[in-house]
Design a protein around this ligand. Structure first.
Ligand SMILES: Cc1ncc(COP(=O)(O)O)c(C=O)c1O
Length: 387
């Protein structure tokens, strides 16, 4: 079969292979705790599910959707950014909607990069960034995210010659997988650096509403000069507990928005109308459920942090995301081998840091998407395993 060589240059998404391994273990009767899952175990609110059900019952909502999203949805998105971040975006030209942010972050490279152009990609990172740079024919220059820099990119360490040639840089705070967060000083420095080198900033911000201990994540777009040099992806998936709905958005620079809309006018047929209607209702609706939900994640986070302390790993509790990024226990050299050994012996799956890039080696990621007692069980098993 004639299969393009580019497919050899990246791996399939790791979750797909793991799901079949874990399902097989469960079928064999093993009590597997999957701490790899970045999908909330909580649900969209009653109001959201009712809005979706009502919209599904209406006959006219089952046609091909218009490729252009409904204005009420785009206005609701712009309204949320205004309310949360005091960011003003024109719903017509500076907002577009996506089939989940994964949709946009895959296509963005076709919009920014020509063959051979450089993209600055953090390491470790969400695996779709490097994979989709490769599919678009771009060249990846790695930007290490190191513990000593709070897992933020060290912009001063990027060779100015590389910066001059680069077309784009990815940033993602609050971060998956490291759970690190970024403050205003970081974004201001990033924007000045991006203007100086004419590098487009792509900010991925799906965890901005999953924050604890009084912390509130900023948006890249709230800082001066951001809209002239970049865009931000966001999503209802984690904020509104509805990963399966596949509804995300992109806001910011109008030229990039127009570019992605042009690409998407060929690549898909828009978003199912009931999802658009329910998402509009959600974005215009109450958000008090998030406070309770975040308290729940914080309690789970504390159980995991305590469990890690018991096995000799002391880390600062993350202020955002539902992940804990932990160093592997002392003496372990290979996070992948260790995580698979843990899976094999105590049926707990945690994602090895090396699956997020070479600078992820030495770490593993735990998702807080299980009730407290289940997380406590996993941490007990881990304690028995390392003792
Ligand atoms: C950093 C990051 N970006 C994007 C996504 C994709 O989210 P969505 O459900 O909006 O496609 C995820 C999902 O886990 C993520 O962690």
């Amino acid at each position: 079969m004639n299969i393009a060589k580019r497919l050899e240059r990246f791996d399939a998404y790791l979750g797909t292979a793991m799901n079949s391994i874990l399902t097989k273990m469960k079928d064999e009767g093993k009590d597997v705790i999957n701490l790899g899952l970045g999908d909330p175990d909580v649900f969209p609110t009653d109001e959201m599910r009712k809005a979706l059900a009502d919209a599904c019952l209406s006959k006219e909502n089952h046609h091909y959707p218009s490729f252009y999203s409904s204005m009420p949805l785009k206005e609701a998105i712009a309204g949320c950014y205004k309310k949360q971040f005091q960011v003003t975006c024109d719903p017509e030209t500076e907002v577009t909607t996506l089939l989940g942010s994964a949709d946009g972050l895959f296509h963005i490279h076709n919009c920014i990069l020509d063959t051979g152009d450089i993209a600055l990609v953090p390491d470790p990172c969400y695996p779709a960034y490097p994979a989709s740079v490769t599919v678009a024919g771009g060249v990846i220059e790695t930007v290490p995210l190191l513990a000593e820099n709070g897992f933020l990119p060290d912009l001063d360490a990027i060779d100015p010659k590389t910066a001059e040639r680069a077309k784009m840089i990815w940033v993602n705070y609050p971060n998956n997988p490291t759970a690190a967060h970024a403050d205003g000083d970081f974004y201001k420095k990033l924007i000045a650096w991006a203007h100086k080198h004419n590098v487009v900033v792509i900010s991925d911000n799906p965890y901005c509403k999953v924050c604890f201990d009084g912390y509130q994540a900023p948006s890249f777009l709230q800082f001066e000069g951001a809209k002239e040099i970049g865009i931000e992806f966001n999503s209802l998936s984690k904020s509104y507990n509805c990963c399966g709905w596949r509804i995300g958005m992109m806001l910011g620079n109008a030229d990039i928005i127009a570019g992605i809309e042009k690409i998407k006018s060929h690549s898909d047929r828009g978003i199912f109308y009931p999802i658009q209607k329910a998402a509009t209702a959600a974005l215009n609706g109450p958000t008090d459920f998030m406070e309770e939900r975040n308290d729940m994640y914080r309690e789970r986070r504390d159980v995991v942090i305590k469990g890690l302390q018991k096995i000799g790993i002391d880390i600062d509790p993350p202020k955002a995301t539902f992940y804990v990024w932990s160093p592997v226990p002392e003496g372990i050299k290979n996070s992948r081998e260790w995580c698979f050994k843990v899976l094999d012996e105590i049926a707990v799956w945690m994602i090895p840091g090396s699956m997020y890039g070479k600078y992820g080696e030495g770490y593993f990621r735990i998702a807080l998407t299980h009730p407290v007692d289940r997380l406590a069980d996993a941490m007990d098993r881990l304690y028995q395993f390392v003792s």
